[in-house]
Write a protein that binds this ligand. Structure first.
Ligand code: UD1
Ligand code: MG
Length: 465
């Protein structure tokens, strides 16, 4: 595969997006559009990616540079040829692939295909084309006896030309030498008074050179110009991922309502119900079940885990054969061992829980370490946040039984095998094997109902009741 560089056009304002965000930063299935194009080019093997910025440059630049792209500024949006000029192609050598920053459905294999096809052919310039049922505003590929002659923009086209269904996708392959020879010859005598890059075609033909049109998938031609098109692109990317996972043996109840980002891995035999969002660097093992409406962000889930409906998991790890939810919340840096159970309305933050431990109902466990085989009762709270606005740790050993409705005023440490009586407010460490009870003693007042209503005896008043 021969070396090539790319010039990615991304200076346009994207007026029809009606959004304060520069168009190419709008996300398509979790990635800004421009990232999809740059990653595609990188994966295809480009040696350098030059990105032309204009509108919202200060916002787009850090994203592009973060991906290793080189930014160039186009002062005024005077058209696609002017944009390519802004990328200083005179300092490029070899093959140049020109791409659009707002075509997020392009993939590495498409770009590789264009380069290969250009190299196999004898043309001096290749334009990537596509047959569309509704060619709408796209530039039309005009042929004479099958040979490409020109690209005519819809706004400049005659009634006859508008009937052509082969359109320009806005992507090109050309040698830097020819590009640099033709670019200065492009004029702005057209309906939009812009410098059209499409004029490369007629200029090459006038020089007696052959121009090839490489046919591409309709997805390659798909440019995002409105929120509606953005949503379509997002759906397509999610669908593509869903199809890839199904091909690998993942069971999706309704792929059209499953939102799994590109980098997520899911093991075969796992079942994912509708409404699941699985994002970032998440990894789901085999034979897992993710029930409806679970949200999983950058979380590792081992094999045979069941995540029940409505659970929310972020930056955490879940060990094999564990169960969570419904409505469980793992906040960042939580780690569950094997066969753990986190029940409904239980929230964990920066908490490690050992194998076979459980917190089955209504609990908050923050900044804590919990050993193996420990039971956390209903309504237990680790009071990790103190009046000095600092966070403190709770350590609970192995085989501990924490009775319901207990609180741990951190920092505090509970030894292995200890028992905490229900309703205790634990402020001091508890040694291994001890029973700790920290609550008001129960006192029964006999025959209370038969007294005059609400009255207490003078003896009770003296006691301070
Ligand atoms: C362009 C093509 C058209 C093709 C279509 C495919 C021209 C003249 N027309 O039209 O034949 O069918 O793409 O989508 O090239 N840009 C800049 N600076 C500018 C102008 C544009 O960076 O001064 C960028 C835009 O941000 C965008 C790309 O170039 O990423 C295409 O520009 P756009 O205005 O969308 O061109 P179209 O009119 O769609
Ligand atoms: Mg466009």
């Amino acid at each position: 595969m021969s070396e090539f560089s790319t010039i990615i056009l991304a200076a346009g304002k994207g007026t029809r997006m009606n959004s304060p965000l520069p168009k190419v930063l709008h996300p398509v299935a979790g990635w800004p559009m421009i990232r999809r194009v740059i990653e595609g080019a990188k994966q295809a093997g480009s040696k350098e990616n030059r990105v032309v910025l204009g509108f919202g440059e200060q916002l787009v630049r850090p994203v592009v540079e973060g991906l290793g792209g080189v930014c160039f500024r186009q002062q005024n949006q005077w058209g696609t040829a002017d944009a390519v000029r802004a990328a200083q192609p005179e300092s490029l050598e070899g093959l140049v692939v020109i791409l659009n920053g707002d075509h997020p459905l392009i993939e590495a294999a498409d770009i590789q295909g264009f380069v290969e096809s250009f190299l196999k052919g004898s043309a001096a310039l290749a334009v990537v084309s596509c047959e569309l049922k509704k060619p709408a505003h796209y530039g039309r590929i005009v042929r004479h006896k099958d040979r490409v002659q020109a690209i005519v923009e819809a706004k400049d086209a005659s009634h006859e030309t508008l009937k052509i269904r082969e359109v320009n996708t806005g992507l090109y392959v050309v040698r830097a030498e020819l590009l640099n020879e033709l670019l200065p010859q492009i004029q702005s005598h057209n309906a939009q008074n812009e410098f059209y890059l499409t004029d490369l075609v007629s200029l090459a033909v006038q020089k007696g050179l052959e121009v090839e049109a490489i046919k591409a998938r309709p997805e390659v031609a798909f440019g995002v110009n409105s929120q509606s098109e953005l949503a379509k692109a997002t759906q397509k990317v999610f669908r593509r991922k869903a199809e890839a996972l199904m091909a690998e043996g993942v069971i999706l109840i309704d792929p059209s309502q499953t939102y799994i980002e590109d980098q997520v891995e899911v093991g075969s035999g796992s079942v994912i119900y509708p409404g699941a969002f699985i994002l970032g660097q998440s990894r789901i093992g085999r034979f897992c079940v993710l029930e409806p409406n679970v949200f999983v962000q950058s979380t590792e889930i081992a094999d045979s885990v069941r995540v029940k409906a409505g659970s929310y998991l972020e930056d955490s790890k879940v060990g094999e054969s564990s169960q969570l939810g419904p409505y469980a919340h793992l906040r960042p840096q939580s780690e569950l061992g094997k066969q753990t159970k986190i029940g409904n309305f239980v929230e964990l933050k920066k908490t490690k829980m050992g194998d076979r431990s459980q917190a089955s109902h209504l609990a908050y466990l923050g900044d804590s370490e919990i050993g193996e085989d420990t039971n956390i009762g209903c309504g237990v709270i680790t009071c990790n946040y103190a009046v000095d606005k600092k966070k403190y740790k709770t350590k609970i050993g192995r085989g501990v039984f924490v009775g319901s409705d207990s609180q741990f005023i951190a920092p505090v440490e509970i030894g292995d095998g200890a028992v905490i009586g229900s309703g205790s407010t634990i402020t001091k460490d508890v040694p291994a094997g001890a029973l700790a009870v920290a609550r008001g003693r129960q006192r029964n007042i006999e025959d209370y109902k038969s007294r005059p209503s609400g009255a207490s005896t003078s003896a009770e008043k003296k006691k301070g009741d």
